[in-house]
Design a protein around this ligand. Structure first.
Ligand SMILES: Cc1cc2nc3c(=O)[nH]c(=O)nc-3n(C[C@H](O)[C@H](O)[C@H](O)COP(=O)(O)OP(=O)(O)OC[C@H]3O[C@@H](n4cnc5c(N)ncnc54)[C@H](O)[C@@H]3O)c2cc1C
Length: 486
């Protein structure tokens, strides 16, 4: 029977859930506190420059193709995208530079030439990465975390192959030997905001996604992903309510009855899917309900500081994705996770979408999205950290690129953990919900349904299966399956 479904939040997961509920024939109402859809996957303009505000790396487009195929459509018609080659330009402070080729064999051959690591070692590492994906996708990514004892037994026999007992760094060090390649593979931990020196080797699943499945660029920029799902949802009849903050999930006898918005309106609904961070869903929208504190209090993943810089020059040596590594990676993560601060020598990421989408910057200029990771917001003095980090970042980029970057800045804005938290209601401004530093993190994310309130479901980066665009999109699929299996 068709139901009235409310979605709280229009992040990429909320939009995907809205599409799925509409395809099932339900009447769907999506409520968004902001004036625009997308949450973290949004855009900003600074002077004459356009920037994707948050995510810049697009992987696993097939999950979005699956979403559009539900109504016989192609995601690539709504949001055309290209496979990247090369993927990223890497710079070390001693002048070493390499680009990661999309073709794994060419990549491995280049690494052998540059760092003397045998081609087979790299290809074998990537193959092991694929095996972890094949072993874990069904158990951890594509399905709810409702493991039977048979599932647990099956997983138990695979813990070795999943490399759960080593840290990512230990495994990379054992296999790679060359410190620069260890650092290269360790960096994939940051793709879900984790620490390679603590997270299990299982996270070595991530290079498979980039090196085998590929990295992509939506021709209209990352925000065109949001625009495509939003348009598709509208075509399917989803009712969007922007500038509408939900303040309460209304329940009666442990059953969802509706939602209350900040203007006092009461929306009667049969089911609710919350795309709001799960911590705040409990603490702000249903404070009288008992909350699963063990799960909610798992340590949060890294946050970020982004300097959006309009630059009055074109840098031919840079590509769409660029990394400038720090000299002491271990120290960088110790400062994030132990001192809860930001080291002076940092790994810097620059995304320049105007390399592919020329109208993102005026002629002869580039839009630099300069990002460094930070700890989640636990009350640090961000004003001090922003001004110190900006100085360190500009100095380092000027040194490595041999240009006075400060004098090239034409327009500027900044994003930091407090602003991420305020704009998207993400607890502590974390980019990816809880971190994967714990061996058992995959089992310690909140499930996609409520065990106590009938008709309440959860999607998005703060719940199972985790953060990032692909997993957030998958969380909506799991919600759909949970609802329609019942
Ligand atoms: C700087 C940065 C860089 C990133 N880089 C990448 C990357 O390169 N690749 C990648 O895959 N991922 C990246 N991520 C992570 C990725 O953006 C997120 O994991 C993903 O977008 C999370 O989507 P979500 O559906 O959980 O919702 P969110 O984007 O968190 O959105 C939640 C929405 O819910 C709304 N909302 C919350 N509470 C309420 C309420 N009470 N009432 C109404 N509306 C409400 C918010 O306003 C928001 O619009 C990055 C994130 C950031 C910030």
């Amino acid at each position: 029977m068709n139901k009235k479904v409310g979605i709280i939040g229009t992040g990429v997961a909320g939009l995907s859930a809205a599409v799925r509920m509409a395809v099932r024939g339900h009447e769907v109402h999506a409520f968004e506190a902001n004036a625009y859809p997308g949450g973290k996957l949004s855009e900003i303009e600074v002077g004459e420059y356009r920037f994707d505000a948050g995510p810049s790396l697009f992987t696993m487009p097939q999950y979005l193709e699956d979403l559009f195929a539900l109504a016989g459509k192609k995601f690539s018609d709504y949001c055309p995208y290209d496979r990247l080659d090369p993927i990223t330009h890497y710079f070390f402070q001693d002048g070493t530079q390499f680009n990661s080729d999309a073709d794994p064999v060419l990549f491995a051959q280049d690494i052998e030439r540059k760092f003397g690591i045998k081609e087979e070692v790299i290809l074998d590492h990537l193959q092991k990465s694929r095996e972890i994906f094949d072993l874990s996708a069904e158990a951890f990514l594509h399905n709810p975390i409702q493991l039977t004892s048979f599932d647990l037994l099956k997983i138990g026999t695979r813990l070795g192959a999943l490399d759960i007992f080593n840290t990512m760094h230990e495994t990379n060090k054992k296999r790679m030997k060359h410190p620069k390649m260890v650092q290269y593979f360790d960096r994939f931990a940051t793709y879900n905001g984790s620490n390679p020196y603590e997270a299990p080797g299982t996270l070595n699943i991530i290079p498979h996604l980039e090196h085998h499945v590929g990295a992509f660029f939506p021709k209209g920029g990352m925000y065109s992903i949001t625009k495509a799902i939003h348009r598709f949802a509208e075509e399917l009849g989803v009712h969007f309510h922007f500038n509408t903050r939900i303040v309460e999930i209304v329940t009666e006898k442990n059953k969802v009855k509706g939602l209350k918005s900040s203007d006092g309106a009461l929306w009667a609904l049969d089911m609710v899917v919350s795309n709001m961070d799960v911590m705040y869903t409990y603490k702000r929208l249903m404070p009288s309900q008992k909350s699963p504190d063990k799960v909610l209090n798992q340590p949060r993943a890294l946050s970020a500081m982004v300097f959006y810089l309009g630059i009055k020059k074109v840098f031919p040596q840079l590509g769409l994705h660029n990394i400038f590594f720090s000299d002491d990676y271990k120290k960088e993560f110790d400062v994030f996770f132990k001192a809860r601060s930001i080291a002076d020598d940092l790994t810097i990421y620059i995304n320049i979408s105007s390399k592919f989408k020329e109208d993102d910057a005026p002629k002869g200029c580039e839009n630099w999205f300069v990002m460094v990771n930070t700890p989640p917001n636990t009350g640090q003095d961000w004003d001090v950290l922003v001004s110190r980090t900006r100085k360190n970042v500009i100095e380092k980029l000027s040194r490595v690129l041999g240009e006075d970057i400060e004098s090239l800045i034409d327009a500027e804005d900044v994003l930091e953990p407090r602003i991420i938290e305020q704009k998207t209601s993400s607890y502590q401004g974390s980019l990816y919900g809880s971190s994967s530093n714990n061996k058992f993190a995959a089992f310690l994310r909140h499930a996609n349904d409520s065990s106590t309130i009938q008709g309440l479901y959860f999607c998005g980066g703060s719940v199972h299966p985790g953060g990032g665009i692909p997993l957030s999109v998958l969380s909506a699929k799991i919600v759909d399956e949970l609802i329609h299996k019942k």
